[in-house]
Design a binder for this molecule. Structure first.
Ligand SMILES: C[S@@+](CC[C@H](N)C(=O)[O-])C[C@H]1O[C@@H](n2cnc3c(N)ncnc32)[C@H](O)[C@@H]1O
Length: 274
């Protein structure tokens, strides 16, 4: 499937299928088909170092789905800005929140061109006009916020949930992360939400360091932080219970509760802009 996708990529889009990409490695680990040999080799390298990596990634994905469902169902959030969205993987964020409130709007942002190419399949039918995809970089918040597609889809006079799920580890510098989050939250009204997750060292430092080494050696530098460092990214916001926790521990359903803690290397949380 992915090999066919590379055939239909527009001439001006270079998918760089010769090197691994985080979105495609993650897609492969989740059982998807939007990946290439270089991604599968990187995934194999990761699994050699971190045998439970796929469990951790699935737990992260399900955390994201529980967070957005809760934000839609209990906090009345109807707009979502998901940066570092990844390749479409069912169920997608918009499917979950639109199952709670069909009028919900979602803007997906990613800097892997394959995400945009794959996303075309989602932009038809019922969701037309209520979801948008933007090919942009988290490190350029103003370009994301000012884009016409975002402004056509989201009303910034109403609360927005900004979701940064499993993406912050790709930005090494804490100050840069704080700056990006501040710039993205600045135009959002009170009642807006920041939800994030990232790889964390707590309780699994040796295994997580193995993951960091594996990604680095495959040309995808990542940084592992502690949960306390992740919690600081919420400074100035009102953390929703239970705070920043291992992702399987955030309002777990039966499925999440059954996942062993020592197979999960991601921490996350959500907080409200006062
Ligand atoms: C591990 S995946 C997570 C996907 C999804 N958020 C999830 O948790 O299921 C990380 C995603 O972040 C994207 N990404 C990495 N750095 C980025 C950047 N600087 N700007 C935008 N997207 C980025 C990758 O392309 C990839 O799709």
């Amino acid at each position: 499937m992915a090999d066919k996708l590379s055939d239909i990529a527009p001439d001006d889009v270079d998918l760089r299928t010769d090197v691994p990409h985080p979105a495609r490695v993650y897609d492969y680990m989740l059982g998807g088909t939007a990946n290439f040999a270089a991604d599968r080799a990187a995934a194999a390298n990761l699994e050699r170092r971190v045998p439970h990596a796929a469990t951790s990634m699935r737990a992260n994905r399900k955390f994201m789905l529980r967070v957005v469902r809760r934000l839609a169902a209990e906090y009345g959030i109807r707009q979502f800005l998901d940066i570092g969205a990844g390749l479409p993987t069912s169920p997608n964020l918009h499917e979950v929140v639109q199952s709670v409130a069909p009028e919900s709007r979602v803007v997906y942002v990613d800097n892997d061109p394959l995400v945009l190419l794959q996303a075309r399949t989602l932009l038809s039918g019922d969701s037309a006009g209520r979801i948008a995809f933007i090919d942009a970089d988290l490190r350029e918040p103003e370009a994301i916020l000012a884009g016409p597609r975002l402004r056509d889809t989201l009303d910034l006079d109403r609360p927005v949930a900004l979701t940064l799920i499993a993406v912050l580890q790709f930005i090494q510098d804490d100050k840069q992360v704080r700056d990006i989050i501040g710039r993205l939250l600045e135009p959002l009204v009170s009642g807006s939400v920041l939800a994030l997750s990232a790889i964390a060292l707590d309780g699994s430092a040796a295994v997580v360091s193995g993951a960091v080494d594996s990604y680095r050696s495959d040309g995808m530098p990542i940084k592992a932080r502690t949960s306390d460092e992740l919690a600081r990214f919420f400074d100035g916001l009102d953390l929703i219970d239970p705070g920043v926790v291992r992702v399987n521990r955030w309002h777990p359903d039966e499925d999440a509760a059954a996942v062993p803690d020592d197979h999960v290397y991601m921490f996350g949380g959500a907080a409200i802009k006062p």
